[in-house]
Write a protein that binds this ligand. Structure first.
Ligand code: UFG
Length: 325
C-alpha cells in the first residue's frame, strides 16, 4: 500500500515511516521541517517538503503521489505552549488538518490515521483510562485533536471515510537509527538523558506534592516502536471499519522512578531538584489498551520502562547533538 505520512520527519512520524518501510509499504513523507529533521526521513521514502497550510500544495501532493492511505502526524504538540498560544493549535492544527481532509476527500483517499492524545482526558473518572471515558480536553492542544477526531467521525458517516484515531499516552524510546530530538526539548526522558550526557546540570522535577506514591506525576510511557506497530495494525484493519484506541502500557511510573531508572542505565548521578508544578499537568495518566489488544491483537514488545529508557539512551549516546551532526 502507498501511505502518505505527514510529519514523517518528526519523532514519532519518522519511526512509523521506518516501520512501514520494514513492513513492505511504500511511503511518501510530507513535512515542513518546523520540528522535523531531513536526516530522520528514511532513505527509501519519497520526501516532499511542504506545508499543510498551503491547500494547493496538498492537492498537488495527492495528485502526484496518489496515496491509498494517510497517516497524519504533522502538528504542534505541546500542551503548555497551547495554553500560551491557543490560536497556533485551535487555528493551525485545525486548519491544516482540515486542508488535508478536504484534499483527501477530493482525491478519493478514504483511509486515515490520526495521531491523537491522552490530553483528551483531563478529568478521568476511572484509571486506567479506556475509550468509554468522557472526553474533556485539557488544553487547546487536546481540543485541536478532538476537533479533528470529530471531523473524521462525520466524514465516516458522510463519505465512507475509514479512520483510526490513536490516542497516545507518553511516547518514548528510540529505534536503532531514529530518536527524539525536539528544539526546545520539553519531554522528561530526553531531558533526563541530556543531564546524563553532560549537556545539562540537572533536571527540575515539576512538583512533588501530587497525591501519588512519591509525590511526583505518574505517566504511562509507551515505546515508540510499539506505537508504530499499532499504526500498522490499525491501517490493515480500516477496511473493517473506523475505530478509536487509547495507547499505553497500562502501567504508570513517577517522575522520580524515571530519573532513578535513567541513573541505573547511564551510571550517571543525574542531579534532580524539586521545582514548581507545571500548569496543566494531571497527577496520573494511565491508559487501558484492552480494546486494541482485543480487537487487533496489539501486544507491546517493549513494555518495560528500562527497555524504553535503554533504547533512548543508546540513541542519545550515538547522537549527542541529535540529528545535527
Ligand atoms: N517533567 C518534569 N521535568 C521536566 C519535564 C517533565 O518533572 O523537565 C514531568 C512533567 O511534569 C510530567 C512528566 O514529567 O509529569 C512527563 O512530562 P512530559 O513533558 O515528558 O510529557 P507530558 O505527560 O506532559 O505530555 C505528553 C505528550 C503530550 C500529550 C500528553 C498527554 O508529550 O503531547 O502527554 O497528556 F498531550
Amino acid at each position: 500500500m502507498k501511505v502518505l505520512v505527514t510529519g514523517g520527519a518528526g519523532y514519532i512520524g519518522s519511526i512509523v515511516v521506518e516501520q512501514l518501510i520494514q513492513a513492505g509499504e511504500t511511503v511518501v513523507v510530507f513535512d515542513n521541517l518546523y520540528q522535523g529533521h531531513r536526516a530522520a526521513v528514511h532513505p527509501a521514502a519519497t520526501f516532499v517538503v511542504g506545508s499543510l497550510a498551503d491547500r494547493s500544495a496538498v492537492d498537488d501532493l495527492l495528485n502526484e503521489h496518489r496515496p491509498q492511505a494517510i497517516m497524519h502526524f504533522a502538528s504542534h504538540t505541546l500542551v503548555g505552549e497551547s495554553m500560551e498560544n491557543p490560536f497556533r493549535y485551535l487555528g493551525e492544527n485545525v486548519t491544516n488538518g482540515l486542508n488535508l481532509l478536504q484534499s483527501a476527500v477530493q482525491h478519493g483517499v478514504r483511509r486515515f490515521i490520526l495521531s491523537s492524545t491522552a490530553n483528551l482526558f483531563d478529568e478521568p473518572a476511572r484509571m486506567p483510562i479506556d475509550e468509554a471515558e468522557t472526553i474533556v480536553p485539557g488544553s487547546p492542544y487536546g481540543e485541536s485533536k478532538y476537533i479533528l477526531e470529530r471531523m473524521l467521525y462525520w466524514l465516516d458517516r458522510t463519505h465512507d471515510f475509514r479512520y483510526a484515531a490513536l490516542r497516545y499516552f507518553n511516547a518514548a524510546g528510540a529505534s536503532a537509527e531514529r530518536g527524539e530530538d525536539h528544539h526546545p526539548e520539553t519531554h522528561l526522558i530526553p531531558i533526563v538523558l541530556s543531564v546524563a550526557l553532560g549537556k545539562r546540570d540537572k533536571v527540575i522535577i515539576f512538583g512533588d506534592d501530587y497525591p501519588t506514591r512519591d509525590g511526583t506525576c505518574v505517566r504511562d510511557y509507551i515505546h515508540v516502536i510499539d506505537l508504530a506497530q499499532a499504526h500498522i495494525l490499525a491501517l490493515r484493519a480500516l477496511n473493517r471499519g473506523s475505530r478509536v484506541y487509547n495507547l499505553g502500557n497500562g502501567q504508570g511510573f513517577t517522575v522520580k522512578e524515571v530519573i532513578q531508572t535513567a541513573r541505573e542505565i547511564s551510571g550517571h548521578p543525574i542531579p534532580a531538584e524539586i521545582g514548581l508544578r507545571r500548569p496543566g499537568d494531571p497527577d496520573v495518566l494511565i491508559a487501558s489498551s484492552d480494546r486494541i489488544r482485543g480487537e487487533l491483537g496489539w501486544e507491546p514488545q517493549h513494555a518495560d520502562l528500562r527497555d524504553i529508557i535503554e533504547s533512548a539512551w543508546k540513541w542519545h549516546q550515538a547522537h549527542p547533538h541529535g540529528y545535527e551532526e
